[in-house]
Design a protein around this ligand. Structure first.
Ligand SMILES: Cc1cc2nc3c(=O)[nH]c(=O)nc-3n(C[C@H](O)[C@H](O)[C@H](O)COP(=O)(O)OP(=O)(O)OC[C@H]3O[C@@H](n4cnc5c(N)ncnc54)[C@H](O)[C@@H]3O)c2cc1C
Length: 318
């Protein structure tokens, strides 16, 4: 139940020769900054190597590596970056955060990332809030020349005929990409909790998929409150004959990352809902509540649902 570090992912390893890592660092610069809504800024990056950026769309996760104030990226290791980065003294360690590649245009060597602007409390949000055309950054993303595809993507609906997606503003980029890729005959429901009504983004969904933007009541309403209510209501209507739930092991979200996604044929609950595939991401406390509700109370088949804590109130990502 961890976020696989992109730089360490080697799912295509062969016995004879170590596989090329599925992800690698890209030096990029800001090509455009566009305010999408009060809480979202889209930054378009360009870089000489971005033609190799093997984005698979959907909820493709990447790392944004922030420059050190004095030395930029001078000490950032390019080979086996994660293990080497961990071995550095703290003052030489660049901060990095996890984001979603909202779009990639390999032919134009461009990648878009939609940042939630939550002020100066975190280095990534602070950087994005001040970004100007020409600023330099480093991304760690999929490498098309590695021959590995799908690494860092969790969306995996299989044969499910109904989809349920729910997330907060940090999951909005992933949800928008996923919805845009749904087949035209898809059906289901999407809930996206956002800070204010003005943060609703343009999103075109197939006709059978209802999209609900859920603005928070005010600045004091808790992250995920509206999401939990909406998912509970939807589930009450959708669930007709599911079995009773099974106990889930609790996740200590203060110390561990909540990342509970389907793993192969692992029997992870009752097989009662194969028609549905559900995907949840956002503030870890809210996702934990949804996980307990759907697995323990409702009895959703855990092979059909991904629960991902994207961030935690009061905690930095690293
Ligand atoms: C797979 C994955 C994909 C993600 N994709 C995106 C994406 O596309 N766009 C995006 O904006 N975020 C995305 N996130 C969430 C993002 O990684 C976190 O919000 C991250 O904490 C931001 O880093 P920071 O440096 O701004 O803040 P941190 O240094 O990590 O945190 C500083 C403080 O800010 C708080 N904080 C962090 N994020 C928020 C927030 N959104 N609102 C309010 N307070 C916050 C923390 O609780 C902490 O108290 C994704 C996360 C994951 C795991």
């Amino acid at each position: 139940m961890t976020i696989t570090s992109p730089g360490t992912s080697t799912s295509a390893a062969t016995v004879e020769r170590p596989a090329k890592p599925a992800h690698r660092p890209y030096r990029v610069r800001v090509a455009a900054v566009r305010r999408l809504a009060p809480s979202f800024v889209r930054i378009t990056f360009t870089g000489d190597d971005l033609g190799d950026f093997g984005v698979d769309g959907l909820d493709q996760r990447i790392k944004v590596v922030l420059p050190l104030e004095a030395t930029g990226y001078d000490t950032f290791p390019t080979d086996d970056w994660y293990a080497s980065w961990r071995a550095l003294p703290p003052e030489q360690q660049n901060a990095f955060r996890t984001y979603t590649a909202r779009a990639a245009r390999a032919e134009r060597r461009e990648v878009d990332v939609d940042f939630v602007c939550h002020g100066d409390t975190g280095p990534a949000s602070a950087w994005a809030g001040r970004a100007r055309v020409g600023d330099e950054l480093m991304l760690i993303g999929p490498d098309a020349t590695s021959g590995v595809t799908g690494s860092g993507v969790e969306w995996s609906p299989g044969d499910a005929r109904t989809v349920l997606l729910a997330g907060d503003e940090t999951a909005a980029p992933a949800i928008c990409s996923i919805v845009e890729a749904l087949p035209v005959d898809a059906r289901g429901c999407v809930f996206i909790e956002i800070p204010t009504a003005a943060d609703e983004l343009d999103l075109v969904a197939p006709p059978g998929v209802d999209v609900h933007w859920l603005p928070r009541r005010d600045a004091t309403s808790g992250h995920g409150e509206a999401l939990v209510v909406a998912v509970r209501r939807w589930t009450a209507r959708y669930v007709t004959a599911w079995h009773h739930g099974v106990e889930v092991s609790e996740v200590d979200i203060e110390h561990d990352i909540l990342w509970d996604v389907p793993q192969g044929d692992d029997p992870r609950g009752t097989a009662v809902s194969s028609d549905l595939y559900a995907w949840f991401a956002g503030e870890a406390g809210a996702i934990k509540t949804l996980r307990r509700f759907l697995v323990s109370e409702v009895g959703i088949d855990r092979r059909q649902v991904a629960f991902m804590g994207y961030w935690r109130v009061g905690k930095s990502e690293s």
